[in-house]
Design a protein around this ligand. Structure first.
Ligand code: BTN
Length: 253
């Protein structure tokens, strides 16, 4: 099922039935000098997540890596990751699923936990951003997006959910991906567009959280997000700024 067939996107599309990782393929294309290409696969055999984790990528999902060469310094790249989270969240909401963003860029959905009878959040989508650049200029940027669109419940990890599970039917993955690409393209790394949109869909803001970082734990209320993607946490000792790249783990406390 070629989800990319006939897709009217602001990028060239390279489609594969199966691939190790769309991010790896996009990086290869970057090395060959390509730009403004989206690598799409129906399934991945070696999907990668943040922090060297694996990303299970069975058939039915939307797996896409957007390769661009934005004219921005590397310090602005976290904005592109937030933009991708916003794009996925908006597309999911248009499809009828109440998705929210857990800082920095996990897309979650509140579900009833049958056993405990309480609301818990399950992961619908994740984003893995990779780039190369000099101090003042990005050479290439790959934003990899994995969405459990029509993944069967039996194939989901215990902490995951899918659009299909939430809606009780499959979504049109081509339409979904097209909306994600349009939104991402429109937001770009424009801080005035990305940050307000991110705040609109944020799950984390207002929550009391514990964030694990390489330099220790930060505990307090998540009060805002700041360019290019840092979380401001009000702790007992004042406001602490945690960069998106430093988040090893975040949970509400
Ligand atoms: C995470 O939540 O840890 C990020 C998951 C990112 C998964 C996507 S699927 C498309 C792209 N190719 C990969 O190998 N990873 C990303």
């Amino acid at each position: 099922l070629a989800i990319a067939h006939g897709l009217a996107a602001p990028y060239e599309i390279e489609y594969h039935d199966a691939l190790g990782s769309t991010n790896d393929r996009a990086r290869e294309l970057a090395d060959e000098g390509a730009g403004d290409v989206v690598v799409v696969a129906d399934e991945q055999t070696g999907g990668r997540g943040r922090l060297d984790r694996e990303w299970a990528a069975p058939p039915g999902g939307v797996y896409a890596s957007i390769l661009t060469r934005p004219h921005v310094p590397p310090s602005q790249v976290p904005l592109a990751t937030l933009a991708a989270a916003v794009a996925v969240t908006r597309a999911a909401r248009e499809a009828g699923v109440d998705a929210r963003i857990k800082w920095p860029n996990d897309v979650l959905v509140a579900v009833d936990d049958g056993e405990q009878g309480e609301r818990v959040y399950r992961k619908l989508a994740g984003i893995l951003t990779e780039m190369e650049g000099e101090a003042d200029r990005v050479s290439w940027l790959v934003v990899g997006i994995g969405v459990n669109a029509n993944v069967a419940t039996a194939d989901l990890p215990p902490t995951g959910t899918s659009l299909r599970e939430q809606l009780g039917e499959n979504v049109d993955r081509r339409v979904f991906l097209q909306r994600v690409l349009e939104e991402y393209h429109e937001l770009g790394t424009d801080v005035d567009a990305v940050l307000p949109a991110w705040r609109d869909h944020a799950l984390t803001l207002g929550q009391r959280v514990r964030v694990e970082t390489p330099s220790g734990e930060v505990v307090g209320e998540a009060v805002d997000v700041e360019s290019p993607g840092a979380l401001l946490v009000e702790t007992d000792d004042g406001v602490v700024r945690v960069s998106a790249g430093d988040c090893e783990h975040l949970r509400p406390v």
